[in-house]
Write a protein that binds this ligand. Structure first.
Ligand SMILES: Cc1ncc(COP(=O)(O)O)c(C=O)c1O
Length: 374
């Protein structure tokens, strides 16, 4: 059976051994104040790797892990994760946005972090089946208000207890879900970015930048804190060699509309190959908007801004969706993007993507996977 169809198959019995919670925490959740990833649904998925095999897939109550202090992942960061969203449509259908892309990326991340990979097809099947099962058991956790969704977070950690620096021989693959609201609040506001000139997120060649792994996020914490202390919400990363070319933002890929053309940095191994980035590029090309995936110097952005040619700047990512940028701090100056923020294209992309995700707009690309609930 084609893999995508497998998600559409009704499940007559639980796909995995299932231990339900004794008491749901759902009643304690304030759905009007969700934030991002602060509250987790009742159940999660786990599966272990030991003696050369992935085994013991199960669904059980969300709860603490029992780990030895010597666990490899805690010391050497041998861990990968991913993230995608399920949406409750106005028509009552639950749609998951492009999880096949996340399965592929999780697979690639595992390879880079030397985590034993299952065949891609198996990884997809397990990710889909577990997501489907979690959505079915925790269907009441899927928020319904506009802008809200159920965030699905797969995570793989090395669980062997040893201080030797080498790939571990034991792992756990988990999937948790979290009802979430918007990442940055209102689309109207736009975020502020500070161009990072001192620190680097990921090496330009041969590093971890394209993998979704803890080290990239650990590297971003100090620059992120410094940016916030200086009044900016996010870091705009430059390349690791020269600090000259634009790379991406903390949790988003970045797009600049300059003189009618949309420019975004190319995938070269140092930035995350974003699922929303790919979706944006597909839509823009369909709409006939000139698009360039190319290296872009930060000086070109600032020159375009000064010349009045920088028409829009926006980020794209699962958590942030399409997020307008209102201000860019570079060296000692803060530059405001010319109004309106959000710009016309930013808003159109936001409306189109969120419309497709909620089933309001026809899914011409087959991006959504509908999860049957009965
Ligand atoms: C560093 C980074 N870049 C880009 C993205 C956007 O990727 P996606 O569109 O797959 O969410 C994310 C979020 O996952 C991220 O963490």
């Amino acid at each position: 059976m084609p893999l995508l169809d497998s998600l559409l198959e009704p499940v007559s019995a639980p796909d995995f051994p299932f231990t339900p919670v004794e008491t749901s925490r759902l009643g304690q959740v304030d759905f009007d104040a969700l934030g991002f990833g602060r509250v987790f649904a009742d159940h999660m998925f786990s599966m272990d790797y030991r003696d050369g095999d992935w085994r013991d897939a199960r669904i059980h109550p969300y709860g603490p892990l029992d780990l030895e202090p010597g666990t490899v992942t805690l010391h050497y960061g041998q861990t990968v994760f991913d993230g995608f969203k399920a949406f409750q449509g106005e028509d009552g259908q639950v749609r998951v946005f492009r999880p096949d892309r996340n399965a592929q990326r999780l697979h690639d991340s595992c390879r880079r972090l030397c985590i034993p990979i299952m065949p891609l097809e198996q990884m997809r099947e397990i990710l889909f089946a577990a997501t489907r099962a979690l959505i079915r058991v925790d269907r009441d956790w899927i928020p319904r208000a506009p802008g809200q969704s159920l965030y699905v977070r797969p995570l793989v950690i090395a669980t062997e207890n040893t201080l030797e620096v080498r790939a571990a021989d034991a792992y756990r693959f988990m999937i948790m879900t979290a009802p979430v609201g918007g990442y940055f609040g209102d689309l109207q506001d736009g975020v502020s970015l500070r161009v990072e000139e001192r620190y680097t997120r990921a090496a330009s060649i041969g590093g971890l930048g394209a993998a979704k792994t803890a080290a990239n996020y650990a590297a971003s914490l100090l620059p992120g804190a410094e940016s916030r202390a200086r009044g900016f919400e996010q870091v705009l990363w430059l390349d690791g060699n020269e600090h000259r070319y634009v790379e991406e933002v903390g949790a988003m890929n970045i797009f600049f509309r300059i003189d009618g053309r949309v420019v975004t940095p190319p995938l070269g191994g140092s930035i995350l190959p974003g699922v929303v980035r790919d979706s944006v590029l597909t839509l823009l090309r369909e709409w006939g908007v000139p698009v360039e995936e190319r290296r872009l110097e930060i000086s070109e952005v600032i020159d375009a801004l000064r010349a009045g040619d920088l028409e829009e700047v926006f980020g794209a990512g699962t958590a942030a969706v399409i997020c307008p940028v209102a201000r860019i701090g570079y060296l000692d100056a803060t530059h405001s993007i010319a109004p309106p923020v959000p710009g016309e294209l930013t808003r159109r992309l936001y409306d189109e993507l969120t419309g497709i995700q909620c089933g309001r707009i026809e899914d011409r690309h087959g991006w959504n996977l509908v999860v049957p609930l009965d």
